[in-house]
Write a protein that binds this ligand. Structure first.
Ligand code: SF4
Length: 155
């Protein structure tokens, strides 16, 4: 498990050290989907739909999102030394990472677009610009995005 989504703003609060998913799933109330409140990491796999060569295209779409965190330090995250997104995109990935959720929920169009390997960063930029909320700290970034559609990433 990578972290827990804050009830306040939905952003992920990272754990200091990894915990096995099996050790925490039992404490999530039965009426709450664990993927709504917990953020899980997984290993990259060769057959991942987001893989292009050695790169993860998912982080390219995630980096398209506006970030409310660019003036802040990167989150403390136990995965950094092994994180594909960090290796590929550095602090810009970490600034957006707390808004990423484990699962895509049907009602969240932006998360669905980000999780879709067929979406280009240019399409995302256009969608965000046309969104009623617009880009910015209170716009699409705060609604979160998902990395669950990937067969495997390192976050
Ligand atoms: S991008 Fe990787 S290193 Fe950065 S916060 Fe997310 S999981 Fe941690």
């Amino acid at each position: 498990m990578l972290g827990v989504r804050s009830a306040e703003d939905g952003q992920v609060v990272y754990l200091d050290r990894p915990m096995a998913a099996a050790d925490v799933l039992g404490v999530v109330p039965a009426d709450i989907e664990p993927t709504r409140v917990l953020r899980f990491a997984s290993h990259c796999v060769s057959a991942c739909a987001h893989r292009r060569g050695n790169d993860c295209t998912l982080v390219e779409r995630v980096r398209t999102l506006p970030s409310a965190r660019e003036e802040r330090s990167v989150p403390r995250c136990h995965l950094r030394g092994r994180c594909q997104w960090w290796q590929q995109a550095g602090v810009s990935a970490c600034h957006r990472c707390p808004a990423v959720t484990t699962a895509t929920f049907r009602e969240d169009t932006l998360a669905t677009l980000v999780a879709d390997p067929a979406t280009t960063p240019e399409q995302l930029t256009a969608w965000i610009a046309a969104s009623p909320d617009g880009p910015g700290p209170d716009g699409p970034e705060s609604r979160g995005t998902s990395d669950a559609a990937s067969a495997g990433t390192s976050r």
